[in-house]
Structure formats: structure tokens, C-alpha cells
Design a protein. Sequence first.
Length: 342
Amino acid sequence: MTLPASSPPGVRSRDYAVLSQTIRQAGLLRRRYWYYGVKIVANVLVFAAGWVLFVRLGDSWWQLFLAAFFAVMFAQLAFMGHDAGHKQILRTHRANDVIGYIHGGMVGLSYGWWMDQHTRHHANPNQEQDDPDIHIPALAFTEEQSAGKRGFLRWVARYQAFLFFPLLLLEGLSLHVSSVQTLWRPRLRARKTEAILLAAHFAAYLTVVFLVLSPLTAVVFILVHQCLWGVYMGCSFAPGHKGMPILPRGHSLDFLRRQVLTSRNVRGGVWVDFVLGGLNYQIEHHLFPTMPRPSLRRAQPVVRAFCAQRDIEYAQCSWPRTYGYVLQHLHAVGAPLRAAKR
């Protein structure tokens, strides 16, 4: 994808204002209280039922199926925390934050850490110097990043397209580690609350697992659960931006084009909406972060038609094809390192 030539700043700024007015008049930014109320209650009840079944099943290798179930539930709860962080659920910041902290605590994530990372990502999607989502130690998203790798990480960058999915097995652990590490940051908002929630999560999780299961089964259960959760989370977030244009510092793109040209939608039906937690509408989500999840599907044709009218490239493809683009990009970035090895 090539970036467009700059258009007059006044025209560019009016483009987003016109689209925003159209979206607002269609009622797509209105809160969907019933949807989120039912969704939250259903998630909590199913999650609790899973733990009841876990206890009743006892020390059995059949628990590995429940490990896969909890991987799905952890992701679904994390998606709800994501929506709360974007103020999609309730009107006030405080009310949304309460929901976010609770959901973060249920899955062992720091809501404050995620808010800091994700807010910077939304402000600077795929911007080489400023987007934390393309500054991952184990991966390189530009040739400059790959050239800067040393030792084992340089070898990983060389073959990162082949190692991408195996590396996702560690994503769940990485999320937990980053959440715990952030507790030592003095500027973390609600640090004591976060510390209590994280401590309660790990204490409850490990106590239940090791009380019900034998040590070997417990360890295997935890590994399967955390690894599958990591793969699920990575496979949900990667399609949205990886393999899309990376913007240099000082680029002249306006907000509308910056968000659209660096994002990719995943084509699919209602089941894709559920599995990806609405992240399959990455373009609409980046343009209107506070838009409730169920409104994204209705906003998609409006945004796509608007982009077509203004000759703005709108990326959308099937779910499997998105991973093809991701892997192609990672393989291309590692090419100079493979060539230097010969």
C-alpha cells in the first residue's frame, strides 16, 4: 500500500468532521446499556460456572479441555476491559474505569498499564517512533529495528515469520509480567488498587488449581491455559495493524487518513465479531474509539463508502488472509538479516 499525496489541510480536517457528523446523526455513538449489561452478566456467569465445573471435575486430565475454555473466557473478559477503557460502556470515565479494573483483575492484567500502552497506540498507530505496539523486543517491524537486534533476538528477527505463532504461546505470560512490573511505576494510577487486584487474582487462581489438581496436572493445566490465551490474544490483535504501512516521524497525514491507512478490517459474520471482540472493525474502532462494540458493524459500510468517495484506501480481507499479510511483512523485514548470514 502506498501513502497518498498530501491534500490541503483544510480539506483533510473537514473530512473527519463530515464523517463524524454522519456517524453521530445515525446514532452510532449512543451507549448500548442493554447490550453491555447482558454481555457482562453472561460473561461473569459463564466464567463462574466454569470454575464450579473445574472443582466438581477434580483431579483429571479432562481438565485440559477446561484450560482451553478458560483461555477463551480470559480473552472475552479482556475484550470487555478494552471496551471499558475506551469509555464505550457507560457515560462517565470513573464508571467505565471501575468496570475496567474489575475485568483486569479477573484475568490478571493491569488496567492502568494497558490504558497507557493502548492510548499511545491509538494516538500513534504504526508510527515508527511512537507506537508501543510495534516496539516488541522479540519482533522487528522495520528493517531498522531488525538491524538493531543483537544476540538471540537477532536470530529470532531473522526467522520471525516462522516463529511468530510459537512466540504467541508466551504472550499470556508476557501480559502478566508487564502488569506486575508496572506496579513499581510511581505514576501508575490507582497503584494500590491494582496491586490488590493482581495479588488476589494470582492467589485465588493458583490456590484453586493446586488444591484441586495434583502438582503435575496443575502445572500442565496452567501451561495449556496461559499459552492458549496468549495465542488467542495475539491472533486477535495482530490482524488490525501488522503488515500495514508504518509511518515515519513527521508525516503529514491527517487524523482520518492516519487511522484508516494504518488499520485493517477482518471480513466475516457475527461469529467473527464474537471471537475477535469487535477488533475485526479496526478502522471504525480507531476512527471512533468510544463507539460501542455492537455499533461497529453498522458503521462499517458508512465509513467504507466515505473512504471510497475520497479515494482513501480501505483495507479489508478474510481472517486467514490477514495472517498471510502479517507473516509476509515479518519475513520481508527479516530478509536483510538472512542475506547477511549467507
